[in-house]
Ligand binder design. Structure first.
Ligand SMILES: N[C@@H](CCC(=O)N[C@@H](CS)C(=O)NCC(=O)O)C(=O)O
Length: 287
């Protein structure tokens, strides 16, 4: 089907895409509402999507490492209900996307948005999961920013056209499948030579990459395991399995989830007790 763009683009309210109802070509608050605030120094406003769980994995890793100062409240931002467009949320992230964080542990609260910025902020604050010396630190940052530049092609490109678009179109699916497979091959070659993404130590680069590419090769994203022949990326699978043994990863991936088995999701997290009746083990989906 061919499409000739008009002289001036106009928004088509009825485009039928899965998330069409929340999309508008303008930014800013759509309604007045303050955000809730819990008792901990870190207030996270998020949802258990791959971008969201990067941050909850980070917090659970910090807590698993015994850093009590990293206690956090994770408030639910339901993006399909447009919570990301409240005046309170827009004040901490003018880009209206989860995750967003308020850090009250300083004299004045600091707002932090963009998942990599949040990971970096926490790693620097607690001096953990980011090496201090320059060559190793730079390699972690290389992969952290690789993820931020690459994942939109996987999520907004491949995932959108393969799983969410109202009709299946060959051109964008071919283009973004090729890119998704190329990115998986980049990771596979890196993980053939290295235990973790940035070398021999686990870091914030692993935390950023795992929820997208680790979950993809485990068949948990877009139901695309067979289509992408994900079994070929055996080093990425080995690494994902290794991460799925970590308490921080297992716990973090359940926080701010609104879907899945009731005993494996935590809609809002306000203390470690929220995990008491939760089964944190990884249960693979069939594929
Ligand atoms: N680059 C951003 C991407 C964040 C993002 O795309 N968040 C999505 C959910 S995964 C969102 O909030 N979407 C709501 C919307 O587009 O209105 C990050 O890594 O923090």
């Amino acid at each position: 089907m061919s499409y000739k763009p008009p002289k001036v683009w106009k928004m088509d309210e009825e485009n039928g895409g899965k998330f069409a109802s929340i999309n508008k070509p303008t930014a800013g608050a759509r309604f007045e509402k303050e955000l809730p605030r819990g008792e901990h120094p870190f207030q996270l406003y998020s949802l258990g999507t791959p971008n969201g769980v990067k941050v909850t994995i980070m917090f659970e890793e910090l807590l698993a490492a015994g850093i009590k100062e990293a206690e956090y409240d994770a408030h639910l931002i339901n993006i399909t209900e447009q919570d990301q467009f409240s005046s309170g949320f827009v004040a901490i992230n003018p880009n209206s996307k989860i995750p967003a964080l308020l850090d009250y542990s300083n004299d004045k609260p600091i707002r932090v948005f963009e998942s990599a910025s949040i990971l970096l902020h926490l790693a620097e604050k607690f001096k953990i999961l980011l090496p201090e010396n320059t060559p190793e630190r730079t390699e972690v940052l290389n992969w952290l920013f690789w993820q931020m530049g690459s994942a939109p092609y996987l999520g907004g490109g491949f995932g959108h056209f393969y799983a969410y678009a109202p009709e299946k179109m060959k051109y964008p699916i071919d283009r973004f499948t090729m890119e998704a497979k190329r990115q998986l091959d980049v990771l596979d070659q890196q993980l053939e030579k290295n235990e973790y993404i940035a070398g021999s130590n686990y870091s914030i680069a692993d935390i950023a990459i795992f929820p997208w590419y680790g979950m993809l090769v485990k068949g948990e994203l877009y139901d695309a395991f067979e289509f992408l022949q994900a079994k070929e990326y055996k080093h990425v699978i080995r690494w994902a399995d290794q991460l799925l043994k970590r308490e921080g990863v297992l716990k973090g991936r359940l926080v701010n989830k609104t879907w899945g088995n009731e005993n494996q999701i935590i809609r809002e997290r306000h203390s470690g007790k929220d995990f008491e009746n939760i089964d944190i083990s990884y249960k693979p989906s069939a594929h």
